[in-house]
Ligand binder design. Sequence first.
Ligand SMILES: [Zn+2]
Ligand SMILES: [Zn+2]
Length: 257
Amino acid sequence: MDLRVIGCHGGETPKHRTSAFVVDERIAIDAGSLTSGMELEAQCALDAVLVSHAHLDHVRDLATIADNRLQNDAEPLVVAGTKATLGVLRKHFFNDLLWPDFSKLPGTRKPAIRYLELGLEKPVRIAGYEVLAIPVHHTIDTCGFTVRGPDGVLGYSGDTGPTDRLWEVLRETQGLKALLMEVSFPNAEARLARVSGHHTPETLGRDMKKLGPALAKELPALLYHIKPSFQRTVERECARLKGVNLTVCALGDQFIL
Ligand SMILES: [Zn+2]
Ligand SMILES: [Zn+2]
């Protein structure tokens, strides 16, 4: 499994891009920077985007990728998410006001996007992968994912603070290779992290214990969603955590899992 980091931050500057990852050049997880961080050809090669939740930093580039793919006559891009997430996209995003409804653009040969509703913990086959949506704890309906390909399984936390079900599912997942895991604020901003449904290094260290000591120590946790203003502090605090196998993602990283 080839994992590319297109965007891995909880904010944007010329050196930071919001969340977007691509597996095997076919399936994207979140769309925070799919067009700002990818060439046109790669944008058009995608089959599907898994959307963890409807917050703007995870969906924004759906707007521009839909437009780009339409101009290039690409097949409809599957936009997969829970009913709640797709509901927000339909009502508030692709609503013919903020942006055209690219799921049914009149006068075009085919739509640029096609919605696919994911039931929680109901495995679905998408672009040759088995995708499972798992509920996590954020400020709006949000899910993490497991993505199972021929070589193994990638986990994705989505935006979340302390949560339970994700860890239970990961513990039972055979062939788990790595987990893309959110951490956003430094320990000193614990209150802000709590009210916004995110992790600090401290809450992350505690939550990862739910994996059990052996798996927590061994599973590569690839950290993303650090707020640009706190990048160095969060990295320093994560480096002090014991009993975990953490790597902070950087733009352009490629992991072969
Ligand atoms: Zn969010
Ligand atoms: Zn976010």
